[in-house]
Design a binder for this molecule. Structure first.
Ligand code: PLP
Length: 362
């Protein structure tokens, strides 16, 4: 029996997400001790989970026999307090990636268009294709989203426009004024998605809440995977008008976010000391990496996030050489940046080890 012949044709052409290599995988492949491997490939928090979040997760595990609160009541209350919005202006996802998928479910059908930057976070394109849509990719300009060109790329079939700021994989950000003007000028048939996965690393993130108050069709995406250090628990959120949140909530699974993740996220919101410490350490780490790459004469893209693009020549080959030294980074060929690698900002020790390994690799 040919099982592929039974699947919808689009399944066979759907590209597959290439994640950063897990530590255990690299250890098995190369016969290395996992304890000696450093992963700087997925922009995870080098300082682990928020300690308050971790303690809450451990407590929540005791009730693991019970279904979670599918409505995420406490988490939405905590977010309302944190963000100065109402609890019904949040939709909680199994990672903010799930919210991107819910947006596809809600708005994208065969032949519809989604406007996005290139290179930008690849999940916008994957979700677009999943629903039979067409990805309209607009090249970056000076490594940043070219909002003028993105506005010009919008047509009658455009359903979503995705803006990632700070952008993954470049670490570059757009300014608040240009973002607000961009959304205010959108035609009324387009929903704007503003992915702010790295917003907490900015001294002052653009505030898109005025757009929501004005009733614009816009949704902001945030995650607990990065500065809160909870990537493994899978929890993120969208914030928007109550109407848009209600729409997305109809489409999710009844228990899409587990109770351990919910409890950890609530506690992590209250762990301001941790996030402040992580943001400060990240700024120092960016400077440390910048100085190191500079002294090796390597070109970088100025980043305001917790990762850095660096031009190393043959990115795939350098990725392999670093991996043999127990350093996992991200090759960028799937983003069309063959000469570059992306490295997450680690702890001071991890950054130093990366720079030493890279020096050897080159
Ligand atoms: C890491 C990241 C996310 C977060 O995804 P989760 O599903 O919440 O882990 C979202 N958007 C971008 C651009 C990212 O880099």
């Amino acid at each position: 029996m040919n099982i592929e012949a039974l699947a919808k044709p689009s399944v066979l052409t759907q590209p597959v997400y290439e994640p950063g290599k897990p530590i255990e995988y690299v250890a098995r492949e190369l016969g290395l001790d996992p304890a000696g491997i450093v992963k700087l490939a997925s922009n995870e928090n080098p300082f682990g989970p928020s300690p308050l979040g971790l303690a809450a997760a451990q407590r929540a595990l005791l009730d693991g026999a019970l279904y979670p609160d599918g409505g995420c009541f406490e988490l939405r209350q905590a977010l309302a307090g944190l963000r100065g919005l109402e609890a019904d202006q949040f939709v909680i996802g199994n990672g903010s990636n799930e919210i991107i998928e819910l947006l596809g479910h809600a708005f994208v059908g065969p032949g519809d268009e989604v406007v996005m930057a290139s290179p930008a976070f690849v999940v916008y394109k994957l979700v677009t294709l999943l629903f039979g849509g067409r990805a309209v990719e607009v090249p970056l300009r000076d490594w940043r989203h070219d909002l003028g060109a993105m506005a010009a790329a919008i047509g009658p079939r455009t359903k979503l426009v995705c803006v990632c700021t700070p952008n993954n994989p470049t670490g570059t950000a757009n300014e608040e004024a240009e973002l607000l003007a961009f959304v205010r000028a959108l035609p009324p048939h387009v929903v704007c998605v503003i992915d702010e996965a790295y917003a907490e690393y900015l001294p002052q993130a653009p505030d898109i809440r005025p757009l929501i108050r004005e009733g614009r069709p816009v949704v902001g995406l945030r995650t607990f995977s990065k500065i809160y250090g909870l990537a493994s628990l899978r929890v993120g959120y969208g914030y928007a008008s109550p109407e848009l949140c209600r729409l997305l909530n109809r489409l999710r699974q009844p228990f899409n976010v587990n109770a351990i993740a919910q409890a950890a996220a609530v506690a992590a919101i209250g762990d301001e000391a941790f996030t402040r410490r992580c943001a400060a350490a990240n700024a120092a780490g960016l400077a440390q990496l910048g100085a190191g790459f500079g002294s090796m004469g390597l070109e970088t893209v100025p980043s305001v996030a917790n990762f850095q693009l660096v031009r190393v020549g043959d990115g795939m080959s350098v990725f392999g050489k670093l991996q043999k030294q127990g350093m996992i980074v991200r090759p960028m060929n799937s983003y069309g940046l063959k000469e570059w690698i992306r490295v997450s900002v680690g702890s001071e020790t991890q950054n130093r080890r990366l720079l030493e390994s890279l020096n050897r690799a080159l």
